[in-house]
Design a protein around this ligand. Sequence first.
Ligand SMILES: Cc1cc2nc3c(=O)[nH]c(=O)nc-3n(C[C@H](O)[C@H](O)[C@H](O)COP(=O)(O)OP(=O)(O)OC[C@H]3O[C@@H](n4cnc5c(N)ncnc54)[C@H](O)[C@@H]3O)c2cc1C
Length: 459
Amino acid sequence: MGDHGIVWFRRDLGLEANPAWAAATTRHDRVTALLVIETGLLLRAGPFRRQAFLDATRELDRQLAAIGGRLRVEHGDPAVLIPQIGSEMQASDVYVNGDVTRWSARRDAAVDGALRSPMRVSWGTVVHPPGSILTRAGTLSKVFTPFWKQWSNQQTRPAAVAGSARIATATGAGIPPGTSDSTPMTDNLESLLQDIESYPETRDLPAIAGTSRLSTALRFGTISPVHLVELVGTDRPGAAAFVRQLAWRDWYAHTTAENLEIDRKALRPGYDQIVWTTGEEADLDFTRWTNGMTGYPIVDAGMRELRSTGWMHNRVRMIAASFLVKDLLIDWRRGERYFRHWLSDGDIPQNAGNWQWVAGTGPDSAPYFRIFNPVTQSRRFDPTGAYIRQWVPELSALSDNSIHEPWSLSPMERAAAGVWIDETYPAPIIDHAFARERTLHAYQSALASQIDPNEDKAP
Ligand SMILES: Cc1cc2nc3c(=O)[nH]c(=O)nc-3n(C[C@H](O)[C@H](O)[C@H](O)COP(=O)(O)OP(=O)(O)OC[C@H]3O[C@@H](n4cnc5c(N)ncnc54)[C@H](O)[C@@H]3O)c2cc1C
């Protein structure tokens, strides 16, 4: 095709196996790599996600420098800047990897509307593009297992290979400063590949590094999910279990593409009628939850890990989220926003999708009456209390057995471990048995209010 093409990088900040990059560098003689830092966007992200974004951006710039170019970084409104840069460069086409959120759909429509011809969209941030895994009726499955079966049977697209275009060297406004000590992604990949056989057994244990910790790299596209599937394969059970998680990730992206309000509205009808607790007491409980001071050690460990590192183990995300929704009866949307702010992998499709799963409001969620008991979960998934000891050190002298429910010990036993309830560590802010009944009642009332009283009446 010749001439000049622009690749607009958004959440696909790597060159390897990036289909938008491959298409542009194959079709054009010269390519500009562009990043637009949208006004206010960096400020809205929490500190860990902001840092991860800046790290990924700098790494992308290094990759471009290695092939003779630079990343052009601009700040402002893409709908204004991209057409401007397009005419400045006399570029005929703009290439992107698609995104699925309400906000990105609006942004991309505005950019498309301002360009002479619509952007060329690839789907490098998911394994299979939204809309490509449908039931026989042509709809997206509301149940994961059939989606997963079809997803696995579908041929994975080969990882895209870049062409030979010359890369422009303009740098624009530059990348904002920042420092990072994050673990290189290659370390995570290496240990994933080494330990993949044990993944199904270890992935649920927060005390050990049994998962890949690649979620932030996937969030920012510094690793391609297609490339990851190619690397890991699916022939061994451990690898298949890992790849299944990537299918969950795709499923939530596909679900979001069809439900742009996923972070605002329950995906199951009726569940938006739940009367959540509000007011001063609920606000206080919410703060205790965010501060890791609920008196339930496994919940507190998770919430403290999140605030210290920007990451939390999946099992603990489930326990902590369930505690907010089903024990404190606080609206899942509040927790979703909080997690999204603090997580370095925070992402509307994955975060809202999982919160709706936990709250029982999403498709294929656990039924609402299955309520996690935080103590049982703690005993099962952190049997020695090693994870709790790491994040709640004031309980570290308690035995493996008693660390999960310090309130149940006698004052003498607690004193021997240096634990003083409500002094060194809080008493549980709610009784789980009471909370369970309250939640069942709230969900049942909401669902009952949906039933039309005249529906079953004989004419
Ligand atoms: C309440 C809650 C909120 C969450 N919020 C997010 C979020 O904002 N961003 C995010 O990427 N993940 C989110 N997850 C999913 C999951 O917890 C993380 O993806 C996982 O913990 C990341 O760790 P890992 O890379 O070591 O995972 P691994 O076990 O190594 O899994 C590999 C990859 O599969 C994907 N994956 C794994 N579990 C899930 C899942 N349950 N749903 C969707 N994809 C999954 C991730 O991309 C992950 O990197 C959330 C889960 C819960 C319960």
